[in-house]
Every structure is written in C-alpha cells, then in structure tokens.
Design a protein around this ligand. Structure first.
Ligand SMILES: [Zn+2]
Length: 57
C-alpha cells in the first residue's frame, strides 16, 4: 500500500478511515474523529474505507 491518505478537514493530518457523503458539501474522506462528528448531522452518510489504517467505527 502506498502512503496513507490524510483527513480532508482543515488542519487535520490523521489517516483517513471513512468516506463521508455530505448533502451540503463535497464528498470527502476523513479520519475517525471527524467522521464521528459529521455523522451526527442529518443526512450524512458514512462508508468505511476498507484499506484504511484506522478502524471505523
Ligand atoms: Zn480529521
């Protein structure tokens, strides 16, 4: 596996673990911590990234 992808959120360089579908913004790949926060919002769908370094949930 090549270099791990990094969280798409500003200022966060944690490894991505989850692809997140956000109705009001671009789909992006984020770390576990950011996925937990975003997943509480209505309409957000999370999908684990199978080869990610981190585990979700
Ligand atoms: Zn993050």
């Amino acid at each position: 596996m090549s270099e791990s992808a990094r969280c798409a959120e500003d200022g966060c360089d944690a490894a991505v673990a989850v692809r997140i579908y956000v109705p009001w913004a671009e789909d992006r790949e984020v770390c576990v911590a950011h996925a937990r926060v975003l997943a509480r919002r209505d309409g957000v769908v999370t999908e684990p990234i199978e080869d990610a370094d981190a585990e979700w949930p």
